[in-house]
Design a protein around this ligand. Structure first.
Ligand SMILES: *Cc1c(COP(=O)(O)O)cnc(C)c1O
Ligand code: SF4
Length: 348
């Protein structure tokens, strides 16, 4: 059932494939056929030749990328838009005013460890701090996951909170990447959620779906189908090159099973800051059975300022997209402002 050809990129077992991910800058660059002397000086100095291990940025957020995602990076291209999403950069160490460690105020909206309740009718569970890929711009890079491990046992605080709050219709699984959890753990969570009658929607925010398509197995689908309500899968794809025949077959399978597929992307300098790229992305998502949902402006997290675009440029790009796309393929350009009751639309 899993798209067979994915196996050419890495082992068919998804857990093994995660274990075989790149965690070392030297090895990744070698695989991408990029000479580190071709990179900027700051970056190449961070690679210790004797071990190839990274000595510089990202001590608390090391390089990590699946072999499948790495295989989509153009050989020899040090400016490849997929490579730039995962390659540590010395600028991450700069402290820039206005960029903080908790830019979206999540820590203030956590009534129970690992449960974030900011918006009416929906809560977000940070199930794990682990991810299959470390995106350098990630706003959760400083998140204190140790303080936020979810106890979703039937008699635990999370289930009690959900049962008590009858206005909650939707539970969003997030992280980290919630699909790093085993199918057994997901099944246990789903069975417990089924006990709470007012929760009819289960949303899963996951980058794993696109960067490790072999995660989509028959058991995985059977696990999700145990949920009594509707399932919404939200992918995180920023650039058209991230969609291939391999993950497209996984998305097709999920769509055929009746799951709704949406995508959120982040607007990132040097990666997708062009209306043409984003228009292409929308069409490619649609061809892969995914509807564009949000285009996020970068959360102002410490260490990611070099990915940020001025508001004016973001708006210019977005207006251009709007003039070229049918309404149903236009994502909503939003930003997250701490304390607001929803994500904030950037332009009307
Ligand atoms: C983004 C987010 C949501 C979901 O918002 P939608 O507009 O429903 O997609 C829910 N909870 C938190 C904490 C969020 O950051
Ligand atoms: S997969 Fe998501 S949570 Fe993990 S590093 Fe990337 S953006 Fe952050």
């Amino acid at each position: 059932m899993t798209p067979a050809k994915v196996f050419e990129f890495q082992t068919p077992d998804w857990k093994l494939a995660i274990a075989e991910s790149f965690r070392n800058q030297g090895e990744l660059l070698e695989f991408c056929e990029i000479d580190s002397s071709g990179l900027d000086l700051n970056r190449s100095e961070k690679v210790r030749p004797e071990t190839g291990r990274e000595a510089g940025p990202g001590h608390d957020f090391p390089l990590r990328v699946t072999r499948y995602f790495a295989s989509l990076i153009e050989k020899g291209n040090a400016l490849d838009p997929l490579l730039l999403q995962v390659l540590p950069d010395a600028r991450e160490l700069e402290t820039i005013e206005g960029y903080s460690r908790d830019p979206v105020g999540d820590r203030r909206s956590m009534p129970v460890a690992g449960l974030i309740h900011k918006y009416h009718g929906r809560v977000l569970l940070t199930l794990t701090g682990a991810c299959p890929i470390h995106c350098r711009y990630c706003f959760r890079r400083h998140f204190p996951y140790q303080e936020a491990t979810v106890d979703y046992n039937t008699d635990g605080e999370v289930m009690k909170y959900l049962s008590r709050h009858k206005e909650i219709r939707e539970v969003i699984l997030s992280g980290g990447d919630p699909l790093m959890l085993s199918d057994q753990k997901l099944a246990k969570l789903i069975v417990n959620l089924n006990q709470v009658a007012h929760i009819r929607l289960l949303r899963i925010h996951s980058r794993l779906l696109s960067v490790l398509p072999q995660r989509v197995t028959e058991t995985f689908i059977e696990t999700l189908k145990q949920f009594n309500g509707k399932i919404i899968l939200v992918t995180h794809i920023n650039h058209p090159h991230e969609i291939t025949e391999f993950n497209r077959s996984a998305f097709q399978l999920l769509s055929q099973q009746g799951f709704t597929l949406l995508n959120q992307a982040v607007l990132l300098k040097q990666i997708n800051n062009s209306a043409q790229t984003l228009v292409d992305l929308s069409y490619k998502l649609f061809a892969a059975h995914i509807m564009p949902y949000y285009l996020h402006r970068l959360d102002k997290v410490q260490g990611a300022a070099h990915f940020d675009l001025p508001a004016k440029e973001s708006h210019r790009i977005y207006r251009k997209m709007r003039s070229r796309l049918p309404g149903y393929l236009l994502p909503e350009l939003v930003e997250e402002i701490a304390g607001r009751p929803s994500k904030t639309r950037c332009i009307q």
